[in-house]
Write a protein that binds this ligand. Structure first.
Ligand code: IMP
Length: 201
């Protein structure tokens, strides 16, 4: 099955290549427009991106694909009332590096704050007319954990160096990527997607 990945986030793309091995993944072209995400919930934004990418591809696509996949994800920190949540990609826009953004986020938490947090991933899949039947649908995955006291590790991307998944002492930035791919929010959502697509690749 050939799937257009409606994302230009290089960190996500690297993960999808491993998590969706067996599917023929077509990257979002570098000259394609960025996709609006104006919803209040991960699910709304994932569907909005998948539908937007499908419409654009129907007009400008260079090859036939069976469906379009969009990911909306983020880090939800309990002490920040679930933030940055759907705004994770837009947190601290004045800072360019995630090392700096991570330090800023950690500085928002008082020393004695509850440090529980979770990563959430919602995937929206939109079948391409004439190739696959059915309506667009979503699947999701979460991973529970706590925030570290400092930015730790070079692996992963985004908020990985400050997130310690439950059952581990290391952050996603320190753990091998294979470990992240067994328990992450995106891994769980991809497993649900495979099941929903009937395991076909
Ligand atoms: P969006 O889905 O494009 O709105 O952006 C999601 C943002 O959440 C990313 O830019 C990262 O900052 C963060 N994020 C999502 N998934 C992960 C992950 O697996 N590790 C670290 N950060 C993530």
């Amino acid at each position: 099955m050939k799937i257009l990945l409606a994302s230009s986030n290089q960190g996500k793309l690297a993960e999808f290549r491993q998590l969706l091995a067996g599917f023929d993944l077509v990257p979002w072209p570098s000259d394609a427009p960025s996709l609006p995400e104006t919803g209040a919930f991960f699910q709304d934004n994932a569907l909005q991106k998948a539908e937007g990418a499908k419409a654009w591809w129907l007009e400008h696509g260079t090859e036939a694909v069976d469906g379009v996949l969009a990911d909306d994800s983020g880090l939800c920190v309990d002490a920040l009332w679930g933030g940055p949540g759907v705004l994770s990609a837009r947190f601290a826009p004045d800072l360019s590096s995630y090392r700096d953004k991570n330090h800023r986020l950690l500085a928002l938490l008082p020393e004695d704050a509850d440090r529980t947090a979770r990563f959430v991933c919602v995937l929206a899949f939109a079948p391409m007319p004439g190739r696959l039947h059915g309506e667009p649908f979503t699947v999701s995955g979460t991973v529970e954990g706590t925030l570290a006291f400092d930015h730790r590790g070079q692996g992963g991307f985004g908020y990985d160096p400050i997130f310690i998944p439950d059952g581990y002492d290391q952050t996603f930035g320190e753990l091998p990527s294979d470990t992240k791919h067994t328990l992450s929010h995106r891994a769980r959502a991809c497993a649900a997607l495979r099941a929903r697509l009937g395991g076909s690749s």
